[in-house]
Design a protein around this ligand. Structure first.
Ligand code: URA
Length: 270
C-alpha cells in the first residue's frame, strides 16, 4: 500500500475478492454497509507483517462447524406456519418477512412468480439469475427467452402457465444453493405448489427435480417420465421433470429431448 492509500493493483485485488464472494454487480450508485465495516487497510494488511509491527488486524471468525441447533428451528416453525397460509399473496408476504436465509441479504429482489396463477400448468425452475434478480420476475433473461419459445412451440405462453423457482432469491454469483438453503426453502415451494392448484407440474432442471422428487438421480434419468406426486396436501399432481433452458442453451443438441417432453405435456393438456 502506498503512502497515499491503496494502489490500483490493490484495489483491483480487493474488487476481485468481492466478485469471488458473489458480489458481482453494483445495485446502487452509492456504496452502503449493512455489515460491520472492515477497513480496506486491515483487509489488505499482511497479517505476519502486521504482527511484526504491532498493528491490529481484524480476527478471522472461524466458520461454524456442524449446523447449530437453531438450524432445525429455522425449518420446523416454517412448516407449521405454512399450513396456515392460504393465499399466494400471503405466501409471498411470508417469504418477504422470512428471517434466517442468507440468500435474502445478498439478493436485490424477491423473485416469487410470473404468469397466470390460475393456469393449468405450473413450471418450477431453479433459481433467479442476475436479470431475474434485477426485475423481480422469474425467467426474464436468455434462458427465459428460450423458455418462452419452448412454450410457444406447444401453444402456451405466460398467460397459460404459472412460473416459479426452487429458490426465490438469487444465490450470490449464481452459486449452487447449499443443502441448508434448499431445506429451508423447499417447504415454501411445496406450499406454493399446493396453493397454485395447477393440473400439471413441469419441473425444469436437476436441482429442482431432485429437491421436489426427493431423489439423487440426475435430470437426464428423471426427465420425460410422468410421476404422480403428493406435495403434502393429499392431492396427486402429475409431474414431469425436464431439461432446463439454460442447459439447452449450452447443449442445443438436447433440445430434441426437451421437445419430446413438451409434446408429452401438450398431449396431457389436449
Ligand atoms: N433460471 C431459472 O431456473 N430460473 C430463473 O428464473 C432464471 C433462470
Amino acid at each position: 500500500m502506498s503512502a497515499n492509500g491503496p494502489t490500483r493493483d490493490e484495489l483491483i485485488a480487493c474488487l476481485a475478492w468481492h466478485v469471488a464472494c458473489g458480489a458481482d454487480e453494483a445495485l446502487g450508485d452509492r456504496p452502503t454497509h449493512d455489515q460491520t465495516f472492515i477497513p480496506l487497510k486491515s483487509f489488505l494488511a499482511d497479517p505476519l507483517a502486521a504482527k511484526a509491527d504491532g498493528a491490529k488486524t481484524d480476527p478471522v471468525q472461524p466458520a461454524p462447524s456442524s449446523p447449530p441447533d437453531s438450524t432445525l428451528s429455522l425449518v420446523e416453525p416454517a412448516t407449521n406456519q405454512l399450513n396456515a397460509i392460504t393465499t399466494l399473496t400471503d405466501l409471498r408476504n411470508a417469504l418477504d418477512q422470512l428471517d434466517g436465509c442468507a440468500l435474502k441479504n445478498t439478493a436485490g429482489n424477491l423473485v416469487f412468480c410470473d404468469g397466470n396463477p390460475g393456469a393449468r400448468v405450473m413450471i418450477v425452475g431453479e433459481a433467479p439469475g442476475r436479470d431475474e434478480d434485477r426485475v423481480g420476475l422469474p425467467f426474464v433473461g436468455a434462458a427465459g427467452q428460450l423458455l418462452d419459445r419452448m412454450l410457444a412451440s406447444i401453444g402456451l405462453d405466460r398467460s397459460t402457465v404459472y412460473i416459479t423457482n426452487l429458490l426465490p432469491w438469487r444465490p450470490p454469483g449464481n452459486r449452487t444453493p447449499t443443502a441448508e438453503e434448499t431445506r429451508l426453502l423447499l417447504p415454501y415451494l411445496r406450499r406454493h405448489i399446493q396453493l397454485a392448484k395447477s393440473e400439471y407440474l413441469l419441473i425444469l432442471g436437476g436441482s429442482s427435480a431432485k429437491a421436489l422428487l426427493g431423489t439423487k438421480d440426475g435430470i437426464l434419468k428423471l426427465r420425460g417420465v410422468w410421476r404422480d406426486v403428493d406435495f403434502g396436501n393429499g392431492v396427486v399432481l402429475p409431474t414431469l421433470p425436464s431439461l432446463h433452458p439454460a442447459y439447452l442453451l449450452r447443449s442445443p443438441a438436447q433440445k430434441r429431448l426437451s421437445f419430446d417432453d413438451l409434446l408429452s405435456l401438450r398431449a396431457r393438456l389436449a
